[in-house]
Design a protein around this ligand. Structure first.
Ligand code: SF4
Length: 224
């Protein structure tokens, strides 16, 4: 793709918002999220199903230019920009990532890892899904993995999957309770015991932004 094509790239954007990173190794950082439309994986418990489920959205959103997205991100003055979805890697992210980098913004990617990555990223978080397992090339370049644990049996199953792929010991593997079971004592106990027994690379995780309702803050009146 040449420079003119890059500048002309358009992305189907479900939403943009300024909040903070609620999970993983960059927890708590001011983050501008660009949530792209579309995902062919269709997990039954998806918490962003309104980016792909046509029963929830009347029509795909209009497409925004690289220039418009970078302008919004720069105006927000975040510490990081997070490209998420849906599944962002079904789109060629190189023009957007290049332009964000040129504006001095670190670019983080959240993906299921099942599709080739197009673009350069400062941080890659992969959340593997049963319906579309991650590509080995993507696992190798991941900075962290986020496993969604819906049942204690998911722990050995995903652990075996990752062990067979010889991940770098420095890649953190976060164990996140599936959100509809985030207060289930049996599940939390299983994660706790797993981390205590094995240590690195496993880390107990939670989607802390959901406790704050942080992603909704832009739509609420300020109490200050
Ligand atoms: S891969 Fe991610 S965005 Fe796609 S359906 Fe599954 S949880 Fe949702």
């Amino acid at each position: 793709m040449n420079a003119a094509d890059s500048a002309a790239a358009l992305y189907p954007v479900h939403e943009t918002f300024h909040s903070w990173q609620g999970e993983g190794g960059h927890l708590g950082k001011s983050a501008f999220f660009i949530r792209l439309y579309g995902c062919p994986v269709r997990c039954p418990w998806c918490d962003s199903a309104d980016t792909w489920d046509t029963r929830r959205v009347a029509a795909p959103p209009s497409r925004l230019s690289v220039e418009a997205l970078v302008k919004e991100a720069v105006a927000a003055r975040p510490e990081i920009v997070v490209l998420t979805g849906g599944e962002p890697t079904i789109h060629d992210l190189a023009p957007l990532a290049n332009a964000l980098h040129a504006a001095g913004l670190p670019v983080h990617l959240e993906t299921c890892g099942a599709f080739p990555l197009r673009g350069n990223f400062d941080w890659v978080a992969i959340s593997p899904k049963d319906a579309a397992p991650p590509l080995l090339d993507n696992l190798i370049c991941a900075n962290e993995l986020k496993l969604i644990i819906g049942h204690p049996d998911d722990l050995p199953r995903w652990s075996d999957f990752l062990a067979a792929r010889s991940l770098s010991a420095s890649t953190s593997v976060w164990l996140h309770p599936e959100w509809s079971r985030h207060a289930d004592p049996v599940l939390l106990d299983a994660i706790t015991r797993w981390v205590i027994a094995r240590g690195a690379p496993f880390r107990a995780g939670w989607q802390i932004h959901k406790c704050y309702d942080a992603d909704e803050v832009a739509s609420r009146p300020s109490q200050a």
